[in-house]
Ligand binder design. Structure first.
Ligand code: HEM
Ligand SMILES: [Cu+2]
Length: 612
């Protein structure tokens, strides 16, 4: 119950972590099933339809329900601490964002049990995703589930923007903000501009499918290419929503374990902003082969390649930070250092794909699959591992085992390269992606076997991590406030895990790497910016949960509003939007309660603080 009503950013972080971890596991099992199907030519482990559902759900689940929530978990756990705040700007909305994400994700995955999963690829290209080619409710689960989950993401993004703009501790100017706070800030800004685009697209596609509109149906005067534009205007910035937080994590971990300040801090900030800006200018590099004009292709090719410049700046800055530092390869830093070359390889194939004429060869082959997995798994997932090992003691008060952490790293990274390195060559030799099998004796057999073995090894690495988490959770808390001993930012200046109010007194920030600065000046902790006073806390409330349940019911009701059911009563309820209305009533009712009931929260008094 505590967990359903909480509005504390640290608990919401843990909720995001478990929910994201659950979906990541589901997406991982789907990946292993895909790889098992491709282990040998002409395999009949799954049929073509199931294969389509597996790749669609794998991509969709991993991106929207797996890694995004884990990113949000780390942001929630760390950002208020890093900027010296007591919570996010809108704790109630923070909880609402989590619950809408969770119920959207559950709705999407219900499709496996309710007549078939989405099968048009994670990009849901029309007309494949139209009713003519996709007759089950699968794609409806996609459009409606993602709209609900996307609401949660937007709420989260807006909340972080407001938090970082308004709640930084005294003295923390923007140019003294830790890099992870910076990348969270920029990521949230991208969310603010990119998610409305996909929401509009999903609404239009829902109208096409459920209400018989024709936005994307050529026969009715609509345009499939329009869908691709809408999707990728969201979709390309989305990959920066994913990778920038990883950049932020790496920029925190490397200075800590190199015992040096981040090289080129202000160029890092500038590069982050530039990447975000360029990220919006390049969406059509996903559409080179749809028959844009040569001029358009050329412009999008050039602007895409430009992104390599700020990205290169970042990579060199990380290397220069390591250079000459007294580097310690604890598990977080292993992942961070492993990230650099792996991610760079993904970047290099990205530049190759950005060349429009070359892309006519690479398009829809395994070369593309290899490319984006180097970025997403070799980059983002490695970054998340670095971040999780790094901040685990702060989140849970316990140190993860270093031995098991190293095992996780080595099995994961070896498995990763086995899986995806060979896919570059499969692609160059002409193996198509999204095809459920291939013929023997085309030189595809051995490399596919290698790839599947690698995937198994990555799975093993994940299991070692889970074992580490489980073993760690059973030992008594052992982490001090600054467990890595070289913590530089504010979160390390308070106990692990931090008390519910984070900072007894708001700290005064006197420079970049505020805590490190005080430590090197010989001070034990931060200088407070305020006297000890009573702390105002928001009340716990079940309303966000109830609102999300209402939206979930409304979504299900709308999805089945055109179906005939064997029971006349059920048909009546769905066909007349009674179920939809009921769901909306629950949500709006909860909103009304929230508006009318005046909740003042509660206080922690100074005497009580002194006792702790
Ligand atoms: C255990 C690790 C993973 C393995 C073995 C794996 C394997 C695969 C395979 C075999 C495909 C199908 C390619 C095709 O035929 O088009 C695929 C597609 C995809 N994967 Fe993964 N994957 C893994 C992790 C991830 C992660 C962590 C993400 C995202 C964060 C991800 C995102 C995607 C996307 C977006 C697609 C494209 C789906 C599509 O073609 O529509 N994968 N993956
Ligand atoms: Cu792109």
């Amino acid at each position: 119950m505590d967990w359903i009503t909480t509005v504390d950013h640290k608990k919401i972080a843990i909720l995001y972590l478990w929910a994201g971890g659950l979906f990541f596991g589901i997406g991982g099992i789907e990946a292993l099933l895909i790889r098992w199907q491709l282990i040998k030519p002409m395999n009949d482990f799954v049929d073509a339809q199931t294969f389509n559902e597996l790749i669609t759900m794998h991509g969709t689940t991993m991106i929207f329900l797996g890694v995004m929530p884990i990113i949000f978990a780390l942001m929630n756990a760390v950002i208020p601490l890093q900027i010296g705040a007591r919570d996010v700007a809108f704790p109630f909305l923070n909880a609402l964002g989590f619950w809408t994400f969770l119920f959207g994700g559950l709705l999407l995955n219900l499709s496996w049990m309710m007549g078939g999963a989405p099968d048009a690829g994670w990009t849901s290209y029309t007309p494949l995703s139209g009713t003519a080619y996709s007759g089950t409710h699968g794609v409806d689960f996609y459009t409606i589930g993602l709209q609900i989950a996307g609401l949660g993401t937007l709420i989260g993004g807006i909340n972080f923007l407001a938090t970082i703009i308004t709640m930084r501790a005294p003295g923390m100017s923007f140019m003294r903000m830790p890099m992870f706070a910076w990348t969270t800030f920029i990521t949230s800004a991208i969310i603010l501009f990119a998610f409305p685009a996909i929401t509009v697209g999903l609404v239009l596609l829902t109208f096409d499918r459920i209400l018989g509109a024709n936005f994307f149906v050529p026969g009715g005067g609509g345009s499939p290419v329009l869908w691709q534009h809408i999707f990728w205007i969201f979709g390309h910035p989305e990959v920066y929503i994913l990778i920038l937080p990883a950049f932020g994590i790496i920029s925190e971990v490397i200075p800590t374990f190199a015992r040096k300040r981040l090289f080129g801090y202000s160029s890092m900030v500038f590069a982050t902003i530039l990447i975000a800006f360029l990220g919006f200018m390049v969406w059509a590099h996903h559409m080179f082969t749809t028959g844009l004009s040569p001029v358009a292709n050329a412009l999008f090719a050039v602007s895409t390649m430009l992104i390599a410049v700020p990205t290169g700046i970042k990579i060199f800055n990380w290397l220069f930070t390591l250079w000459g530092g007294s580097v310690r390869f604890a598990t977080p830093n292993l992942f961070a250092s492993g990230f650099i070359p792996t991610f760079t390889m993904g970047g290099v194939t990205g530049v190759m794909l950005a060349s429009a004429p070359a892309d006519f060869q690479f398009h829809d082959t395994y070369f593309v699959v290899a490319h984006f997995h180097y970025v997403i798994v070799g980059g983002l997932v490695m970054g998340l591992f670095a971040g999780l090992h790094y901040w685990w003691p702060k989140m849970f008060g316990r140190m993860l085992s270093e031995t098991l952490g190293k095992w996780t790293f080595w099995t994961f990274i070896i498995g990763f390269h086995l899986t995806f390195f060979v896919q570059h060559f499969l692609g160059l030799m002409g193996m198509q992606r999204r095809v459920f099998t291939y013929l023997p004796n085309q030189h595809f057999d051995t490399l596919n076997l290698v790839s599947t073995i690698g995937a198994g090894l990555m799975g093993a690495g994940m299991l070692v991590f889970l074992a580490n988490v489980w073993i760690t959770s059973r030992k008594p808390p052992d982490a001090g406030g600054d467990p890595w001993e070289d913590g530089r930012t504010l979160e390390w200046s308070i106990p692990s895990p931090s008390p519910e109010y984070n900072f007894k007194q708001t700290p005064l920030v006197r420079g970049l790497d505020a805590f490190w600065k005080e430590k090197t000046a010989g001070n034990k902790g931060m200088t407070p910016a305020e006297p000890i006073g009573s702390i105002h806390m928001p009340s716990a409330t079940p309303l966000p949960f109830v609102m999300a349940v209402g939206i979930f019911i409304a979504g299900l009701g709308f999805m089945f509003s055109r179906d005939d059911f064997s029971s006349a009563l059920v048909s009546f309820l769905f066909n007349n939007y009674v179920v939809t209305g009921l769901g909306l009533l629950i949500t709006f009712g909860a909103m009304l309660v929230r508006s009318l009931y005046d909740d003042h929260g509660w206080h922690i008094e100074p005497e009580e603080l002194e006792g702790r």
